[in-house]
Design a protein around this ligand. Structure first.
Ligand SMILES: Nc1ncnc2c1ncn2[C@@H]1O[C@H](COP(=O)(O)OP(=O)(O)OP(=O)(O)O)[C@@H](O)[C@H]1O
Ligand SMILES: C[C@@](O)(CCOP(=O)(O)OP(=O)(O)O)CC(=O)O
Length: 378
């Protein structure tokens, strides 16, 4: 039997201007535009192999070795759109095999915890769409493919690009203008780094989708956020990225994380994603910036207590010097030359803060999806 196969890896992205709120739940159309940084696939990535054959009898997905249901309307929507694009390619060349009519087998592995607020759905759907697009030999228009990934999970659309990415919310009801675009490639600011403090890798408390629906339906503050705060911040943040102005970029990033968690708290009943350890980390970063007299590190938190701290390589000795001082007992420091760090002490910090964190992932800005010869089999 002939089996056609393609594999791709895709990255995680962590928003610096948060997507929170949907105007259309089934198409994942957001109430505001957002911006993110794509992280390096050396540390966090999804690898997906897509295969198809006229003899496969069912669409199937194996995630981390386990057969998963493909019944979710989100995954179905992605497969349907990809098949439609393949059918267009086939209609212009009668010699091509009719892959659009065959069933698919998809095997995928995340090298980090699934559904723990580490954006597994983003890397997961970006890898699913990229690998099937390769298999189907679709035109490489990443913004076009981002609209398909968006239907899988909103934030996934941003994982189709490397570097700095914007998701333009769009206006149309069919979502055709709600897509990801590149703000700047990795090469524009390759010295941007990220330290992830994994506060918890449990499955999260309130899933993003239901959390968003609750916020949209009950928070008054949310209206102010989407009408006034985010539109202005979207333009300012893009400018700060183009100018490689870390101080501005960092300030906007921290403010937007706080604004997102504020609308969560303003939901009724309230949603709490930050825990005491998250709050201690927030204070630590503000105190570091105060000590330095300028912003050299910026925190951001998604729908969970894990902290992502962005900084520029020029300040690595101080930022990691601070983190190593308080979190040296955790795994994750192996890649760093510790003699290059400057010990930074913040008065009044709980010496046992490390007990609330399970590990640290030291990573950096990275590339978008990549085709690979690595093949996953079941
Ligand atoms: N490699 C993958 N391939 C296909 N689907 C995946 C993959 N990885 C994760 N998913 C889907 O994403 C779901 C997890 O998404 P969820 O939004 O709950 O968590 P998260 O992405 O880690 O958190 P967040 O997006 O809020 O940061 C999984 O249950 C699965 O359906
Ligand atoms: C807080 C966030 O991480 C929310 C991400 O939400 P998802 O993209 O996971 O939600 P769905 O569209 O329902 O799948 C902010 C962000 O990534 O912009």
């Amino acid at each position: 039997m002939t089996v056609y196969t393609a594999s791709c890896t895709a990255p995680v992205n962590i928003a610096t201007l948060k997507y929170w709120g949907k105007r259309d739940k089934s198409l994942n159309l957001p109430t505001n535009s957002s911006i993110s940084v794509t992280l390096s696939q050396k540390d966090l990535r999804t690898l997906t192999t897509a295969s198809t054959s006229s003899e496969f009898t069912e669409d199937k997905l194996w995630l981390n070795g386990k057969l998963e249901s493909l019944e979710s309307p989100r995954t179905k929507a992605c497969l349907q759109d990809l098949r439609k694009l393949r059918a267009q390619v086939e209609s212009s060349n009668a010699e091509l095999p009719k892959l659009s009519t065959y069933k698919l087998h998809i095997v995928s592995e995340n090298n980090f915890p699934t559904a723990a607020g580490l954006a597994s759905s983003a890397a997961g759907f970006a890898a699913l769409v990229s690998s099937i697009a390769k298999l189907y030999k679709l035109p490489e228009d990443m913004s076009e493919l981002s609209k398909i990934a968006r239907k899988g999970s909103g934030s996934a659309c941003r994982s189709l690009f490397g570097g700095f990415v914007a998701w333009e919310m769009g206006e149309l009801t069919n979502g055709e203008d709600s897509k990801a675009v590149e703000v700047a490639p990795l090469s524009h600011w390759p010295t941007l780094k990220a330290a992830i403090l994994v506060v918890s890798d449990d499955k999260k408390d309130t899933p993003s989708t239901s959390g968003m629906q609750l916020t949209v339906g009950t928070s008054d503050l949310f209206q102010h956020r989407i009408k006034e705060v985010v539109p202005a911040r979207f333009e300012e943040m893009k400018k700060s990225i183009i100018a490689k102005d870390f101080e501005k970029f960092g300030e906007l990033t921290m403010k937007d994380s706080n604004s997102f968690h504020a609308v969560c708290l303003d939901s009724y009943p309230p949603i709490f994603y930050l825990n005491d350890t998250s709050k201690k980390i927030i204070k630590l970063i503000h105190k570091l910036n105060e000590l330095e007299g300028k912003i050299i590190a910026a925190y951001t938190f998604d729908a969970g207590p894990n902290a992502v701290i962005y900084y520029d390589e020029v300040n690595e000795s101080k930022v990691l010097g601070l983190l190593h001082n308080y979190f040296s007992k955790l795994g994750g420091w192996e890649s760093k030359d510790l003699t290059k760090l400057t010990k930074v002490e913040i008065e009044g910090t709980d010496d046992e803060i490390y007990k609330g964190v399970s590990r640290i992932i030291l990573t950096s800005i990275g590339e978008g999806p990549q085709e690979t010869n690595e093949i996953l089999t079941i």
